[in-house]
Design a binder for this molecule. Structure first.
Ligand SMILES: Nc1ncnc2c1ncn2[C@@H]1O[C@H](COP(=O)(O)OP(=O)(O)OP(=O)(O)O)[C@@H](O)[C@H]1O
Ligand SMILES: [Mg+2]
Length: 312
């Protein structure tokens, strides 16, 4: 089973404007609304490819109900842990030249007693898969809302590891550090997120993380410049033969969804990376996080090459 933790879901409003200005009034020409959060983006990709998964969310207030209603209307497989405070609204502004401004709210404050109950709830959601014959994956898609500490994240990872789940991480800052220290099975982050933490540059990051933190699978994405890493024993680099500046919000989540789709279908490592990169690119075709069609993925598969490389 693929269990996705989408701890800090959001209600995304994407506004289309003529020009992004730093002050004054900007008139929105169109607005698009989507339920989101990094984990939910990956779930949307798995839904498109009809892969079984379960998406765990922390939701609160009227915004939480809106997120839930929109997500279930899309047939996303949602599980909800309710909190008292209100879930967040994120605002994305896109102008005529596809310049994009993203304003992310910090998310609700979660009270200590809610966090303690949440940790027990997560256990009840995952322990039933412990005895299954299939591999189990636990995806941490995005940040935690306020109130969660390093220790809470360590507790969650430790329980998930005890239940033999392979842990896949897309998170940044201090919590990424915790994940590295817990030797998770895979990290999938962008170049800025990892460069903030690791005293190594570009391709050297891979060997640094592998040697110092014993993380087996490391995937680093770099927007239109592609991605590189070490995946199931293969060192790779992807090359995108043609790309434009488009709606790239959520491309990292689409990439992760593609990886999990490939893993669930036991494709070979290079094919999994190619599909993931095609999903990241397909995400740029339409407005909305991880909103795209299979035809977009097909198109991009012809424009992406995966090269096996020597990293050291
Ligand atoms: N304009 C583009 N054209 C083609 N492919 C793209 C483009 N932007 C992103 N991608 C693909 O998607 C992958 C992930 O993108 P990116 O590195 O921007 O993720 P990210 O920074 O984690 O984004 P987010 O956190 O918003 O999901 C890239 O490695 C690349 O394969
Ligand atoms: Mg990302």
């Amino acid at each position: 089973m693929i269990v996705i933790l989408n701890a800090n879901p959001s209600f995304d409003r994407t506004l289309i404007v003529d020009e992004i200005k730093s002050t004054g009034v900007i008139r929105g020409k169109k607005v698009f609304k989507h339920p989101d959060g990094k984990g939910m983006g990956a779930a949307r990709v798995l839904n498109l490819f009809k892969v079984d998964y379960m998406c765990l969310n922390i939701l609160g207030g009227k915004t939480g109900s809106m997120i839930y209603d929109l997500a279930t209307a899309e047939n996303l497989n949602m599980r909800v842990f309710k909190i008292k405070n209100e879930s967040r609204i994120n605002t994305i502004v896109v102008d005529k030249k596809n310049n994009t401004l993203v304003i992310n709210e910090p998310g609700p404050f979660v009270e200590r007693k809610e966090i303690e109950r949440f940790k027990i709830w997560i256990q009840s959601q995952i322990e039933k898969f412990k005895l299954s014959d299939e591999d189990n994956y636990f995806i941490v898609g995005g940040s935690f809302p306020r109130g969660f500490t390093r220790q809470d994240f360590e507790d969650i990872l430790s329980f998930v590891h005890k239940n033999s789940f392979k842990v896949v991480i897309d998170i940044s800052k201090e919590f990424l550090k915790v994940a590295l220290e817990q030797h998770v099975w895979m990290i999938k982050v962008n170049l800025h997120e990892i460069s903030d933490l690791i005293p190594a540059k570009n391709e050297e990051i891979i060997s640094f993380v592998h040697e110092n933190y014993r993380v087996e699978n490391i995937i680093i994405t770099a927007g239109r410049s592609g991605s590189f890493g070490r995946f199931l024993g293969m060192n790779f680099k992807t090359i995108i033969s043609k790309s434009e500046k488009r709606y790239a919000v959520g491309s990292g989540d689409a990439y992760l969804g593609g990886i999990m789709y490939g893993i669930a279908n036991h494709f070979k490592p290079s094919s999994i990376i190619k599909i993931a990169a095609a999903c990241g690119a397909a995400n740029t075709e339409e407005i909305g996080p991880c909103v795209f069609e299979k035809e977009h993925v097909e198109k991009w598969l012809n424009l992406i090459t995966v090269r096996e490389v020597d990293i050291r």
